[in-house]
Design a protein around this ligand. Structure first.
Ligand code: GLC
Ligand code: CA
Length: 552
């Protein structure tokens, strides 16, 4: 038996893979409607093979009214016409495999779109019906059911409940939506729901996908009785504490992952499940990647860590130990489609809570150049760590967060649900630049883009960086090649005694020095030959720089 890349023996490729997240709306547009699509991706895949990634992960491209950029799925087994067709998907997968890259797709089990046939049937069938039992419908409280069943808030702001009008025209039950009101939560104790998702997994596995990134893998099961809850704001300091909420990280999710594990394992050991689970502390998170559950989980503790020696060292140690204790590799990630791009985030001088976004007048914005230097230093540290790493499209170009998005152009439901109080996530989702001199920077054949691109993005375009020594793209490309050559993803980390404010480690033959101290560090003190640096070096390793040195 050979796997999807024609590899004869089963491999656990994912333990050390670099997986590149494609956000289909914003990667490449083939038909000029301003929204990226599957043929656009296929056409540009060579650039990712050239970059040297092992796999791509595609955010949702399924049928959807696009109220949450496709995370509101109306049909899990079809491609939205906005993005193309199933044949386009097959062509994309075939091309990726030919180029030696695996394909991971998103799956969104916590909720459907309100346009999904199941939800429409639930509305039509009325209270107490089997159709309603697939979702979480409840009677309201108050004198005549005019108040929501409990006090839960949507992650996107506002109530987590919406009241429906019953088929007879009267105000009726309420349904739960932890996200937008167009994303009703499924009832995962329902066997029909479970069986249907098994089929969805098989549908995509049969089409040759190498795995699934499981959206909101901390959700799905809710505490019995749906008790009231007052949330804490998630920030780096709350990541250590054991928090329990009645809608996230319930014990009941694990039997679902064990079931999914079996479905996926039937296709061979090289197909994977990756948890998007915002769970803390890490010891708890590790439950998601026990040997009979998922293969990997995003390391959001690492993503949320500040550019700080003590914090980084602790999260790196904890991650390796905690995931390692259940036999799973750690993963590392700095950016994705939900967070402020790390070229801006890591150098902020004021807190910016998750989901709030940034605009040109936000407090604490860094100087753009400084932000990029720091991000590159952080990336070189990340790519030297053993385990799997996730990249988000555009970070290899050094893209900062797009700040100048007028309110009427903003699309993240968070913006409207909070009346503009939270800007949302559009700033990291802007279509990426390919060609410095083309309309829409080569994103597509027209000048149209679904979110406005900043006027000063020409220098970030891929063609302005390709083959240019010292560019961000060049740094990523070199790092991925060296990472492979030296086996860093499967290596072993040893900390080396270092001056204050400096992280120094050996990963097999490579010494990695990240200067977080704010002061120059003489290179002569470090020894070894420079393999790669996050910025050009003279005699010193400047502040906010990382270097890889050969170290016999
Ligand atoms: C996940 C996705 C996010 C989406 C949400 C609801 O957190 O990453 O983009 O809005 O789930 O599906
Ligand atoms: Ca398009």
């Amino acid at each position: 038996m050979t796997d999807s890349l024609g590899v004869a023996a089963p491999t656990d490729w994912w333990r050390s893979a670099v997986i590149y997240q494609i956000y289909p709306r914003s990667f490449a547009d083939s038909n000029g409607d301003g929204v990226g699509d599957l043929p656009g991706i296929t056409h540009r895949l060579d650039a990712l093979a050239d970059l040297g990634v092992d796999a791509i992960w595609l955010s949702p491209f399924y049928r959807s009214p696009q109220r949450d950029a496709g995370y509101d799925v109306a049909d899990f087994c079809d491609v939205d016409p906005l993005f193309g067709t199933l044949e386009d998907f097959d062509a994309l997968t075939a091309r990726a495999h030919d180029l030696g890259m695996r394909v991971v797709v998103d799956i969104v089990p916590n909720h459907t779109s309100s346009d999904h046939a199941w939800f429409q049937a639930a509305l039509a069938a009325g209270p107490g019906s089997p159709e309603r039992a697939r979702y979480i419908f409840r009677e309201g409280t108050g004198e005549s059911g005019e108040l929501p069943p409990n006090n839960w808030e949507s992650v996107f702001g506002g109530d987590a409940w919406t009241r429906v009008t019953e088929p007879d025209g009267t105000p009726g039950q309420w349904y739960l939506h932890l996200f937008d009101s167009s994303q009703p939560d499924l009832e995962w104790t329902n066997e029909g729901v479970r069986a249907d998702f098994d089929d969805t997994l098989r549908f995509w596995l049969d089409r040759g996908v190498d795995g699934f990134r499981v959206d909101v893998a901390h959700g799905l099961v809710k505490e019995d009785g749906l008790p009231d809850y007052t949330p804490e704001q998630l920030d780096a300091s709350s990541l250590d504490s054991e928090t329990s909420s009645p809608h996230f990280a319930q014990e009941g999710v694990h039997e679902i992952w064990r079931r999914w594990h079996d479905v996926v394992a039937a296709y061979g050991p090289d197909r994977i499940l990756v948890a998007e689970a915002w769970v803390h502390p890490l010891e708890r998170m590790a439950d998601w990647v026990r040997p009979d559950e998922m293969h990997q989980a995003f390391n959001f503790g690492y993503l949320m860590a500040a550019w700080d020696v003590a914090e980084l060292r602790r999260i790196i140690d904890d991650s390796l130990a905690t995931f390692g204790a259940v036999g799973a590799p750690s993963t590392w990630v700095l950016s994705n489609h939900d967070v402020v791009r790390h070229a801006t985030r890591l150098a902020l001088t004021e807190p910016n809570p998750q989901g709030h976004g940034l605009a040109t007048d936000s407090a604490g914005l860094p100087d753009v150049e400084h932000g990029i230097l720091r991000a590159r230093a952080a990336t070189l540290l990340m790519l030297a760590l053993p385990g799997g790493a996730y990249l988000y499209q555009g970070e290899e170009l050094g893209l900062p967060e797009a700040l100048d998005i007028p309110g009427d152009a903003r699309q993240d439901p968070t913006w409207a649900r909070t009346n503009g109080e939270r800007l949302g996530r559009d700033g990291c989702r802007v279509p990426i630049p390919w060609e410095a001199d083309a309309p829409a920077y080569g994103f597509g054949p027209s000048a149209s883009t679904w979110l406005p691109q900043p006027a000063d993005w020409a220098p970030y375009a891929r063609d302005a960086q390709r083959g240019i020594a010292g560019s961000s793209l060049d740094m990523y490309r070199s790092a991925l090649a060296l990472r492979k050559r030296h086996g860093l993803g499967t290596g072993t980390l040893t900390w080396i005694e270092a001056p204050d404010g400096v992280l120094m480690l050996d990963n097999d033959g490579v010494r990695v020095v990240a200067n977080i101290s704010g002061a120059d560090l003489p290179l002569a003190d470090l020894g070894g030959e420079v393999l790669l640096a996050s910025r050009p070096l003279g005699d010193v390793l400047p502040a906010d720089a990382t270097v890889w040195l050969s170290h016999a």
